[in-house]
Each structure stands twice: as structure tokens, then as C-alpha cells.
Ligand binder design. Structure first.
Ligand SMILES: Cc1cn([C@H]2C[C@H](O)[C@@H](COP(=O)(O)OP(=O)(O)O[C@H]3O[C@H](C)C(=O)[C@H](O)[C@H]3O)O2)c(=O)[nH]c1=O
Length: 180
């Protein structure tokens, strides 16, 4: 596996080694020893799986307590995945990074605790699977608006506006969003 620190160094893009043969392919999606060496000493306690249609944008979400680190990947289709640094004392506070994750590139993104996370579906459909370092805690969950002018994420929109949940439509602007 290759571990590449992005412009926000705590966010790591992971490219697995893919073993292809006449049957198909094999790859390791997680190896604790390597992950802890390059990303930190985290344990995962919950795995999630969601499917979304083209043009859906889920997020950006974070939890004020039980903050979750997420190791995310796409097993069908393609998304543009984004992390926003919500850690008030961080040098990259309010900054964002993004990466295309797809069934074809098989890349994974490590999004540490303290980040708002979301993705936009660029394929017809996308199946998104991820590991979390803490449990879902809805009473502590917050949505950051996808199009906040201060964060100014450059989403690769393929139509006027993405399709959002009601919760995400009423997310906080960055200036008003609770910080970590
Ligand atoms: C996240 C979550 C949701 N749910 C239930 C609650 C709702 O009844 C239903 C859909 O939840 P929600 O609309 O919050 O799902 P997403 O919009 O995909 O939320 C996720 O979106 C972005 C991309 C994230 O990074 C988070 O992991 C997560 O917030 O699943 C659970 O039971 N457990 C969970 O861990």
C-alpha cells in the first residue's frame, strides 16, 4: 500500500497494491500495522455502507463528541470525497482537501477525528464503505453546508445543484458551525 499525506497532512490518501489475474483481482483493504505507522494509533469500532445515485452529496458531517475518524473507499462507481478541518487549533483550520475515490482506482482516504466529511457522486451510482473510530452519536452530529463561501470547496458538480438530505440543506455555515 502507498500512503500519501495530502495538503492537510493529517489526511492520508491510501493506494492499495492490486493483484490481478485471470480470475479477477485481490487487494488488502486494511493492515493494522501499516495503518498505525502512517495514520496513527486508532482502532475501528463501526463499519458503514451507503449507496447513492448520481449527483447526490452526503455531508459534510462531523460529531462534536465521539468524534469519528473514517477510513473511506468506494466499491462501485466514483465519488469526490472531501474533508474539512474543524479543529480550531489546527494550522489548517477551515481548509479542505478532496480526492476522487472509485471502484477503478481503489483508493482510500483516511479522514481523522476533527474533520467534517462528505462526498459527491460523479458516477451513475456509488457504493461507499467505511470504517469509523467511534460510534454513531446522532445527538452530537452536525452538518456543515456543502457550499459554504468561506471554505469554498471546489466540488466537480455535473449539474446545477447536488441532491441533499433535508438535514444537509439546513447545515451550518462555517462561521457559525461549532468547532472542535
Ligand atoms: C451515519 C449513520 C446513519 N445511521 C442511520 C440514520 C438515518 O436513519 C440513516 C441515514 O443517515 P444519514 O442521512 O445521516 O446518512 P449519511 O448522510 O450517509 O451520513 C453520513 O454521511 C457522511 C458522508 C459521513 O461522513 C457520515 O459517516 C455520515 O454522517 O442511517 C445509522 O444508523 N448509523 C450511522 O452511523
Amino acid at each position: 500500500m502507498n500512503y500519501k499525506k495530502l495538503a492537510i497532512p493529517d489526511v492520508v490518501l491510501i493506494t492499495p497494491k492490486v493483484f490481478g489475474d485471470e480470475r479477477g483481482f485481490f487487494l488488502e483493504t486494511f493492515r493494522r500495522s501499516e495503518f498505525q505507522k502512517y495514520c496513527g494509533d486508532y482502532e475501528f469500532v463501526q463499519d458503514n455502507h451507503s449507496r447513492s445515485a448520481h449527483g447526490i452529496l452526503r455531508g459534510l458531517h462531523y460529531q462534536l463528541q465521539h468524534t469519528q475518524g473514517k477510513l473511506v473507499r468506494v466499491i462501485r462507481g466514483e465519488v469526490y470525497d472531501v474533508a474539512v478541518d474543524m479543529r480550531e487549533n489546527s494550522e489548517t483550520f477551515g481548509k479542505w482537501v478532496g480526492a476522487y475515490l472509485s471502484e477503478h482506482n481503489k483508493k482510500m482516504l483516511w479522514v481523522p477525528p476533527g474533520f467534517a466529511h462528505g462526498f459527491y457522486v460523479t458516477s451513475a451510482e456509488a457504493e461507499f464503505v467505511y470504517k469509523c473510530t467511534d460510534y454513531y452519536a446522532p445527538k452530537y452530529e452536525v452538518s456543515l453546508l456543502w457550499n459554504d463561501p468561506d471554505v469554498s470547496i471546489e466540488w466537480p458538480l455535473m449539474s446545477a445543484d447536488p441532491k441533499l438530505s433535508e438535514k444537509d440543506k439546513s447545515g451550518f455555515n462555517f462561521v457559525d458551525a461549532p468547532k472542535l
